[in-house]
Design a protein around this ligand. Structure first.
Ligand SMILES: *[C@@H]1O[C@H](CO)[C@@H](O)[C@H](O)[C@H]1NC(C)=O
Ligand SMILES: *[C@@H]1O[C@H](CO)[C@@H](O)[C@H](O)[C@H]1NC(C)=O
Ligand SMILES: *[C@@H]1O[C@H](CO)[C@@H](O)[C@H](O)[C@H]1NC(C)=O
Ligand SMILES: *[C@@H]1O[C@H](CO)[C@@H](O)[C@H](O)[C@H]1NC(C)=O
Ligand SMILES: *[C@@H]1O[C@H](CO)[C@@H](O)[C@H](O)[C@H]1NC(C)=O
Ligand SMILES: *[C@@H]1O[C@H](CO)[C@@H](O)[C@H](O)[C@H]1NC(C)=O
Length: 240
């Protein structure tokens, strides 16, 4: 019975529905004036994998998202020393996805992405985004929140991180879930509006509501990529 259900429900890894994309270059920043991330900040680059980014790279919005996010990641890597950047990738231990039971509501959420494993091409980071060896960390994730059952918070605590700066795909998935969870854990959270994108039905309105209403209401910081890059020169990275 279980095998039959798997056969009916499990999708082979596939590109996602990108018929509509929500991407904003008009989201107002919640922060005025010059910005600093302080001296204990981490850069979180979430779910920038081939299955997701490779689905949007032929569209103008998708390319603007990729260009902006790559520009930010490259600027971060040029800092001396660079702050810690933590990338997340979605994949499961085996193609049977033992981390997600068929009865878990999350199963439906992940069905579109498919049963990716560590070695699948579609679970690799999209080539425009390259972790810096010796500094950056890549974590597996199997839920929306980037820190579910991995070492994300352990790393943030041990590096005495108090501030996180988020980029990634999708706005209503990993970005929203991670922003709210880390906010509750007392981190200063910044979301870079130019470096988030939403896919699928109603993507534009969903993206706008999250960036312009829900996150500011928490209140969480929504900033532009220009502010983020500018803030690097006023911020320090410290390793412990
Ligand atoms: C998982 O993916 C593979 C292809 O990588 C596919 O053959 C298989 O049917 C999928 N589903 C399950 C439950 O393994
Ligand atoms: C980023 O978004 C801001 C508004 O939120 C906009 O003014 C700026 O032009 C955008 N930057 C890029 C590179 O698109
Ligand atoms: C930023 O400045 C504008 C214009 O002065 C003002 O309307 C807005 O309330 C300010 N926002 C914050 C978060 O201080
Ligand atoms: C960064 O380090 C410099 C030199 O140690 C210090 O003057 C400055 O206050 C620090 N900035 C922050 C945001 O901690
Ligand atoms: C889009 O991404 C896919 C997967 O990485 C790649 O094969 C393809 O060449 C990319 N297309 C463009 C236009 O960059
Ligand atoms: C993204 O960058 C590529 C390569 O530099 C460029 O060809 C393309 O026009 C850019 N697209 C957007 C929408 O910014």
């Amino acid at each position: 019975m279980k095998l039959l259900s798997w056969a009916l429900l499990a999708l082979a890894p596939a590109l996602i529905d990108a018929t509509e994309l929500g991407y904003s270059t008009t989201a107002p920043s919640t922060v005025n004036g010059s910005l600093s991330f302080g001296s204990h900040y981490a850069v979180l680059n979430l779910d920038l994998i081939d299955a997701l980014v490779g689905s949007i790279n032929t569209t103008t919005k998708g390319q603007a998202f990729i260009n902006s996010t790559a520009k930010w990641i490259n600027a971060v890597h040029k800092q001396s020393p660079p702050p810690i950047s933590i990338f997340s990738r979605i994949y499961f231990s085996t193609s049977l996805m033992p981390e997600v039971s068929l009865s878990s509501p999350f199963y439906q959420a992940v069905a579109e992405v498919g049963n990716l494993t560590e070695s699948d091409e579609l679970s690799q980071l999209y080539p425009a985004f390259k972790p810096l060896s010796d500094y950056d960390v890549v974590l597996q994730k199997t839920r929306y929140y980037a820190g579910t059952d991995n070492t994300l918070v352990q790393i943030l605590r041990n590096q005495k991180i108090d501030t996180v700066v988020l980029s990634g795909v999708r706005t209503s998935g990993v970005i929203l879930a991670t922003a709210l969870q880390l906010f509750d854990l007392d981190f200063n959270v910044y979301v870079i509006a130019n470096n988030t994108i939403e896919t699928g039905t109603d993507a534009t309105s969903i993206n706008n509501v999250i960036l312009q209403s829900i996150l500011p209401k928490m209140p969480l910081n929504v900033i532009t990529v220009e502010q983020a890059i500018d803030a690097l020169s006023r911020s320090n990275a410290t390793y412990y």
